[in-house]
Design a protein. Structure first.
Lengths: 264, 221
């Protein structure tokens, strides 16, 4: 597993990205490289810009300056000339290369579990219904929900819905998977089943960027941890290094202290 | 008083009522169908448009909602042909009017439905790479339909009852049939009792059918 990312062939290359909502700077020149096969977890207090950063990677949010490249290709803006937003068609095609799993699941309520997974496969990937169905069943099996293919989201528990959400994202065979606090809306006893799925995807070599509050998971399952504070990257490195920095990084210390106070 | 109910004359002319009811339904179905197209197109346009287009659509909705239908019916049937060189018969004129009228109400129903679709679902549609059109067809409209079905049913029933106003320009629908029988038999109580019953039964049947559709969709939520 790669731990340093100084090479120029990073799968995801975020360079100097800044963004403001009105007068509030939510991202301040954030840079981060993620190599193929890496699992990068992003931690930090709420309001530190973690989710916004993630949403910029698939251009659900635009950003004011800087650049984000996946596989060398600029995500939201045209390559040549002045900074110009890509067409909606291009953006859709770019987004199909990244998968995203949301805190609130965001399953399509009118489609079954299988239908949720098949929509992108048929409409975006152009697969036949039969082929899409097969892929959907494969991934439902992988997340332990083979028997729920015909269930509607409303008939599933939170943990089950989120596993369908993960299956929907990975079935598209994205280059990179973005996970946005995917266990935060779950009852504690359902968190484990979802994290187990993420772990097994990591073992398969799926490249992931995961915003999370699950410290134990970040420590055990990630190649690197990014600690964000006030819209910037305050510390980044392998879990051991990050946790060792607690003595020198004031912000990290207070975050972890507050975190421990509220979670243990 | 000594008014004795006598329905014999009503039954003798019942074909006027039955034929009227069928025409009422026909007027309603055609107008609502056109109104749905108007409403959907304008609602989708509204939620993605700039200020100017929004203003124009809002003006249309406000105009229609603040003018009595009967006035619009007169305006389109008597007013428009005297100004522009257009000729249409009374039923066509009424369908035209009720279509534009129902369109305005349905824009509002569809617009609020579209705006009620959770942001997260649209994000999910974006995230899997759907184009804006695909997001509209496969994500936004299906959810919107589920949200708006109850309001839609009420609007449909209301529009069906509004067809009675066509009687003022002599379209031989149900209310006009009732008036005809009244003028020719003077059995005023009997004829309006029967007519009321016919509106009631038809309205309830429609409502019952629409509720079945709603339940089917709600189960699939």
């Amino acid at each position: 597993m790669a731990t340093s990312s100084n090479d120029t062939t990073a799968l995801l290359d975020i360079a100097g990205v800044s963004k403001a909502f009105g007068s509030v700077e939510v991202l301040r020149a954030v840079s981060l490289k993620v190599d193929k096969g890496e699992v990068v977890t992003v931690i930090g207090p709420s309001g530190s810009g973690k989710t916004t950063l993630l949403r910029c990677v698939n251009f659900l949010e635009s950003y004011d300056s800087g650049s984000i490249r996946i596989d060398g290709k600029e995500v939201g803006f045209r390559e040549a000339g002045a900074r110009q937003r890509r067409s909606e068609r291009d953006l859709a095609a770019m987004r199909a290369e990244t998968g995203m799993v949301f805190q609130s699941f965001n399953l399509f309520p009118h489609l079954t579990a299988a239908g949720n997974i098949m929509l992108g496969l048929t409409k975006v990937r152009g697969k036949s219904k039969a082929e899409a169905r097969q892929i959907a069943e494969h991934w439902l099996g992988r997340v332990g929900l083979a028997h729920k293919a015909e269930s509607l989201p409303a008939e599933l528990s939170g943990g089950q819905q989120q596993r369908v959400g993960i299956a929907r994202a990975v079935a598209m065979e994205p280059k990179i998977l973005l996970l946005d606090e995917i266990t935060s809306a779950l009852d504690p006893e359902l968190v484990g089943e979802v994290l187990a799925v993420v772990r097994s995807l990591a073992e398969d070599g799926m490249t992931m960027v995961m915003v999370t509050h699950e410290m134990a998971f970040a420590r055990d399952a990630s190649s690197r941890i990014v600690f964000m504070a006030d819209g910037g990257v305050s510390a980044v490195g392998p879990p051991k290094e990050i946790l060792a920095q607690e003595t020198t990084n004031e912000r990290l210390r207070s975050f972890l202290a507050r975190f421990r106070a509220s979670h243990f | 008083m000594g008014y004795a109910l006598n329905f014999n004359l009503i039954w003798r002319h019942f074909d006027k009522l039955w034929g009227g009811l069928l025409l009422s339904l026909e007027l309603a179905v055609i107008s609502i169908a056109i109104g749905i197209v108007i409403g959907l197109v304008l609602a989708v346009w509204y939620v993605s448009a700039g200020r100017v287009v929004r203003g124009i659509i809002a003006a249309y909705v406000e105009f229609i909602r603040n003018v009595p239908l009967i006035l619009l019916v007169y305006l389109v049937f008597y007013g428009v042909p005297t100004v522009v060189d257009l000729a249409y018969d009374a039923p066509t004129s009424f369908v035209l009017t009720l279509s534009v009228y129902s369109g305005a109400y349905l824009v509002e129903v569809f617009r609020s439905g579209l705006e009620a679709v959770p942001r997260g679902q649209l994000d999910a549609g974006k995230a899997i790479g759907l184009t804006p059109w695909q997001r509209l067809v496969h994500v936004r409209l299906p959810t919107m339909l589920r949200i708006t079905l109850p309001a839609l049913s009420n609007t449909f029933i209301s529009l069906f009852k509004d067809t009675s106003i066509a009687s003022v320009i002599s379209v031989p629908e149900l209310t006009y049939g009732a008036q005809w029988i009244n003028f020719n038999t003077f059995r005023i109580v009997e004829v309006y009792l029967v007519t009321t019953a016919m509106y009631l039964v038809t309205g309830y049947t429609l409502l019952f059918g629409l509720r079945l559709v709603e339940r089917r969709f709600r189960a699939a939520r």
